[in-house]
Write a protein that binds this ligand. Structure first.
Ligand code: C5P
Length: 440
């Protein structure tokens, strides 16, 4: 599977869509609502006044049909044969019709093919009835949610009344009972609990409580345990820098809280990556230039012990952003030196746009700027060996919040964000020069 996918299956009104949306927002991925696919077909048929629900008709009708999904931020619009069906999807008549036609093989194949095709375009959290069992059997994490019929009916009644739909508890209860029966008793791909799904009965929990539980499970599946060897290297590096350079970190509390996410730093010396390893720990993953790593034997040896995401100077590798987001969701700090090379005079060079592309593609909400001070005079580019017994001071800033990614795809917005990131590092440099440099 090229991209990662999380599935949530369960009966109607078990809280799947609310939770999927929350988790999608938190992980910065898209939400795929498979029920809306069935509803789109049903809505089109209802709007066009087509009553037929038999397999022969649906099979030939769907052969030339097209379903299109257009994301506007996190909101999705649905088009069926160019008719926008989004406004009709939540009607109860449409839900009932969806449940009826969902029994037909051709309808299920049509929806499943569309779901699988879309899932190849990115990372998704998808909800439905048969996603973990049939559509995405190799999903990275699977959940199965349920709740008692009464509590689901109460939730659905409240939801419908909030939307201004005139209904009653008894009516909703009966509709849900009917849909449960149709969904779990149909012959093809009925609602089932996949063996490898994490089961949650949401009856007596709030949405936030269930969301936390699911999030713990997602983190568990994605988290990596670094090898003992890597852990020892980090311990060794810490002792080495403390002994020979009076290694000092200001603002360490920010890096301790920022356990996984994008970290960026200035780059003047070969020591920089080792210093960041000391600070961020053995799970650290670096974004590195393939060209630099390939041509420098020493760098190749050292980096072979640590995971790298290699980037080509000319083209972004196909899976680059997926690897970045996966790394972050695995609970690893992802480090980039946005200048793209070591500075020859110790000043901060202009940033390449790569860092901004990562932020925008991966929809990151914050990044952590770090300034490494004093290293340039110890081991600048071109010097064969480092000097010892000088001071290294690292300044960790408060994480920088990124807002408005959705609008930030234009060139102007990218340049603005890149400058903003560099400005934050320049401020740290200024602070370092005024406060620490003169004492070194
Ligand atoms: O989840 P939602 O209520 O929007 O789904 C509408 C209907 O579509 C369900 O009642 C169910 O019959 C059908 N469905 C399905 N398989 C899915 C998702 C929905 O059969 N994966």
């Amino acid at each position: 599977m090229a991209h990662f996918i999380i599935t949530i299956d369960g009966p109607s009104a078990s809280g799947k869509s609310t939770l999927a949306k929350k988790i999608a927002q938190r992980l910065g991925i898209n939400y795929l609502d498979s029920g809306a696919f069935y509803r789109s077909i049903a809505a089109f048929l209802v709007e066009k006044g087509v009553a037929s629900e038999d397999e022969t008709f649906l099979s030939s009708f769907l052969q030339s049909a097209k379903l299109k999904l257009v994301y506007e931020g996190s909101f999705a619009r649905y088009y069926f044969n160019d008719l926008e069906v989004t406004p009709f999807l939540r009607k109860e008549l449409v839900a009932m019709k969806a449940s009826f036609i969902a029994k037909q093989k051709s309808v299920r194949n049509f929806v499943n093919n569309n779901l699988q095709e879309i899932s190849n375009k990115g990372d998704f959290i998808a909800d439905g009835r048969d996603l973990g069992s049939k559509v995405f059997p190799l999903a990275d994490v699977k959940f199965f949610l349920t709740a008692t019929l009464e509590s689901r009916a109460k939730r659905r009644e409240l939801e419908q009344k909030t939307m201004g739909i005139d209904t009653s508890f008894e009516k909703v209860l009966e509709q849900l009972r009917l849909r449960d029966e149709q969904d779990s008793k149909r012959k093809i791909d009925p609602l089932v609990r996949p063996d490898d799904a994490f089961f949650i009965d949401t009856t007596s929990y709030t949405t936030d409580e269930v969301c936390e539980e699911m999030f713990i499970e997602i983190k568990k599946k994605f988290s990596v345990q670094p090898s003992l060897f890597r852990t020892w290297i980090c311990v060794f590096l810490k002792s080495f820098f403390s002994l020979f350079y009076g290694f000092k970190v200001m603002g360490e509390e920010f890096s301790r809280k920022f356990l996984s996410g994008l970290v960026y730093a200035n780059h003047t010396s070969f020591y920089d990556a080792l210093i960041l390893l000391t600070l961020l720990g053995p799970k650290t993953v670096f974004v590195a230039s393939e060209r630099v790593v390939r041509k420098n034997f020493f760098i190749r040896i050292v980096t072979s012990f640590f995971p790298l995401i290699l980037v080509d100077d000319q083209n972004m590798p196909k899976d680059f952003f997926r690897l970045c987001i996966k790394t972050i969701h695995k609970g690893c700090p992802l480090v980039i030196f946005p200048e793209g090379m070591r500075s020859l005079d110790g000043t901060i060079l202009p940033f390449k746009v790569g860092i901004t592309s990562i932020i925008l593609h991966c929809k990151l909400k914050e990044v952590l700027p770090i300034y490494i001070g004093g290293v340039y005079s110890i081991w600048p580019k071109g010097k064969w060996f480092p000097s010892f017994f000088k001071k290294i001071t690292v300044l960790v800033s408060k994480p920088l919040h990124i807002s408005g990614h959705e609008k930030g795809e234009g060139k102007e917005a990218r340049v603005k964000l890149t400058n903003q990131l560099r400005e934050r590092l320049k401020n740290l440099e200024k602070h370092f020069k005024e406060t620490y440099e003169c004492r070194i």
